[in-house]
Design a protein around this ligand. Structure first.
Ligand code: DON
Length: 313
C-alpha cells in the first residue's frame, strides 16, 4: 500500500500526540542507575523514507541510551571483520529467554543463541578485539554510526558506560562463563569494557533512523554500499527473529518488520525499500522492550500497511 508523503507526516504527528498522553507507559529500566533518571513521559519518533524525506515528532531530537540497539551495528562490524566465520561462535536462533539469561549457555557449550542477546553481543566484541584494541574498537564503532547517520555529534555517554561497568554483574558472569567454554578469547575486562561502551552510545531518534538506512536500502545508502544486499537481508532476518528477545514473536506478529530494541526504550525498525524508523519511550514491558515504542510502531504499520508480510504495490 503506497501512502502519500503528506499522509505520513500526519500519521507521525498523530502517533506522537497519542503517545504523549498515554497513561500506561511501562517501567523505566532501573538496573543501570543513570537510565532510572530518564523521565517516563518522553516519546520520540523519526521516519526516514527511501527518498531521504524525514518525518519526526515528539522528543525526536533528544538523545537517549541506545543500549542493545548497538548490537545491530556491532553485528555489522563483526561480520565485516570475520564474515561467516562468526557463526561458529554465535547462533542464529531466537532464544525465547530474557536478554541477559545464562541458562542456555550451559547446555549449549558457551555458544550464545544469537548476536542480539547480551551473551551474543559480548562475543561480537571479543571478535572485534581479535584485531583491535578496545580503544580502537570503540573508535571504529563511533566512526561507523557517525558515518551512517551523517552526524559527527553522536557520542558515547561515559556516565552510562561507567555505571554499566560498576553494576554489570550478570554480563560479567556471562562473559566469564563463555570464557570457561573457550568462546571468549580475550581479556574479559576488555571485552566487557568494549561492550558497555557500545551500549552507552547516545543517539536521538533522527540519528538512529538515519543510521538504519542501510538496512532499508539493501545495504546501500545514497549509492554508497555499506554491506552487501545479502548481508542486509540477513541482518534484517535476525532482527525479525531475535531483535526483541522472548518478545520477538509478538513483535513480528504485531508489527511485521525487522526491529531491534534497547533497555533505554529505543527501537530501530526497518521497512525494507520503504522506511527506516526509530521510536523512543523509556518505559519498558516485562521483556525489556519499549512499551509505547512498540505501540507506536503498531499504529504506524496499521495506518501505512508497511509489513514484510504484505505484498508491495
Ligand atoms: O547489558 C545490558 O544489560 C544492557 N547494557 C543492554 C541490554 C538491553 O538493552 C536489552 N534490551 N532490551
Amino acid at each position: 500500500m503506497a501512502v502519500a508523503d503528506i499522509a505520513i507526516a500526519r500519521i507521525v504527528a498523530e502517533i506522537a500526540e497519542e503517545m504523549r498522553s498515554h497513561e500506561n507507559r511501562g517501567k523505566v529500566a532501573t538496573y543501570i542507575p543513570p537510565l532510572a533518571q530518564v523521565p517516563a513521559d518522553k516519546f520520540g519518533i523519526a521516519v526516514i523514507l527511501h527518498d531521504g524525506t524525514v518525518h519526526a515528532a515528539g522528543d525526536a531530537e533528544e538523545p537517549f541510551s541506545i543500549q542493545s540497539i548497538s548490537k545491530v551495528f556491532a553485528l555489522t562490524l563483526a561480520l565485516g571483520a570475520v564474515g561467516d566465520q562468526l557463526w561458529h561462535r554465535v547462533g542464529r536462533e531466537p532464544s525465547g529467554s530474557a536478554f541477559n539469561s545464562i541458562v542456555q549457555l550451559e547446555t549449549e557449550h558457551g555458544i550464545p543463541r544469537n548476536p542480539f542477546v547480551n551473551a551474543g553481543a559480548i562475543v561480537l566484541c571479543d571478535v572485534l578485539l581479535g584485531r583491535l584494541q578496545p580503544r580502537e574498537a570503540i573508535g571504529q564503532m563511533l566512526r561507523f554510526v557517525r558515518e551512517l547517520a551523517g552526524d559527527d555529534g553522536i557520542a558515547i555517554d561515559e556516565t552510562v558506560a561507567r555505571a554499566e561497568l560498576e553494576t554489570g554483574f550478570r554480563n560479567m558472569a556471562l562473559a566469564n562463563y563463555m570464557r570457561a567454554f573457550g568462546n571468549i578469547h580475550g581479556d574479559v575486562g576488555m571485552v566487557l569494557g568494549t561492550y558497555f561502551h557500545f551500549c552507552a552510545l547516545a543517539m536521538n531518534c533522527r540519528q538512529l533512523a538515519m543510521a538504519g538506512r542501510y538496512l532499508m536500502g539493501g545495504g546501500q545508502v545514497g549509492g554508497h554500499r555499506v554491506v552487501t544486499e545479502k548481508r542486509a537481508r540477513r541482518i534484517n532476518a535476525l532482527m525479525m527473529s531475535c531483535g526483541h528477545y522472548d518478545n520477538s514473536g509478538d513483535f513480528a506478529y504485531r508489527i511485521g518488520l525487522p526491529g531491534k530494541s534497547g533497555v533505554g526504550g529505543g527501537i530501530l525498525a526497518v521497512a525494507p525499500g520503504i522506511a527506516s524508523i526509530a521510536v523512543w519511550s523509556p518505559g519498558l514491558n516485562p521483556s525489556g522492550n519499549s512499551h509505547l515504542g512498540q505501540l507506536a510502531l503498531e499504529r504506524l504499520v496499521q495506518r501505512t500497511g508497511w509489513s514484510v508480510f504484505e505484498p508491495r504495490g
